[in-house]
Design a protein around this ligand. Sequence first.
Ligand code: PMP
Length: 356
Amino acid sequence: MSIYWNKRTKNLSPYVPGEQPRDRKFIKLNTNENPYPPSPKVIEAIQKAAGNELRLYPDPSCMAFREAAAARYGVKPEQVFAGNGSDEVLAFAFGAFFDAHTAILFPDITYSFYPVYANLWDIPYRTVALSDDFSINTDDYKVYSGGVIFPNPNAPTGKAVPLSDILLLAKYLATNEKVLIIDEAYAAFGADSAVPHIGEYPNLLTVHTLSKSASLAGLRLGFAIGSEELIEGLCRIRDSFNSYTVDRLALAGGAAALSDAAYYEDINRRVIATRERVSQALRSLGFSFLPSAANFIFMKAPSLSGADFFAALRERGILARYFNRERIADYLRVSIGTDQEMDVFLGVCGELVGSL
Ligand code: PMP
């Protein structure tokens, strides 16, 4: 605390991101990065952009990137918004579409940045409990609220929500003139995207990131797809904050990534295959886990607390993500790495079960 902080700063409980180790080499399975490199076309585009033109501001409308996204997803560039990572897009969306007078809804177990954004913008919220099997029951969200947000698949559980349920919820929220935000950060690994239905639901915003499925967490680029009126709302917030949140290198690399679907389909198919192989191996070792539609597995060791499991992995050079929270304190979220990395991880899991 400082006497110079205003009330808002004093009242914040900032998000704590997963560890990015600097001094020791770990097998890093804690922040859901893609284990495969970005497309060579992305590197080429960034290298080309890293020249004299860096003295110029980037295009504030991010048009080349929006056009690439529009071509990839079959929408208009006016239905795409680009931001500095999907975290920024989410922060802007909270500011643009949710109000200080009606509580918004999101799951009790979900991306832990949502309550942080709500507090930052003074938006009241109510969490809705996941069912006993950790699924999101969309009927629970069909009550009057200021709007709804959840990821599909949900994080950190990895469980997907049926698209038909999402569309029915969007329809319900439209009758109250409220926005439904679906955070599709991990959708490429197994959930049905709501993007093809954007035209039918002017209150539906999907949020996407290039950090996971496009192997570009270091570039900081995310985007949203929605009706032109929602996109214009996001632009109004951005242009009241910083006109140039996406730099020239990110715009060039991001457009190249979205134009190389074949490369990414291939590497993400490999991530999914590894996830399925690891799931089977964990089952035979006696670990329990939720069926994952994402690039991570939410899992529990037999007779070890989440904290002890986390510490045992860390000691052996493997980083996972542990959330010390009610209902999930026995679980770890483990990102899918390369086959080699996951073999080391499975070896440690086997060792731990053997010593119990
Ligand atoms: N949404 C979810 C559900 C996430 O897990 C993450 C990654 N922490 C993000 C959004 C943000 O991703 P980024 O800012 O890297 O685009």
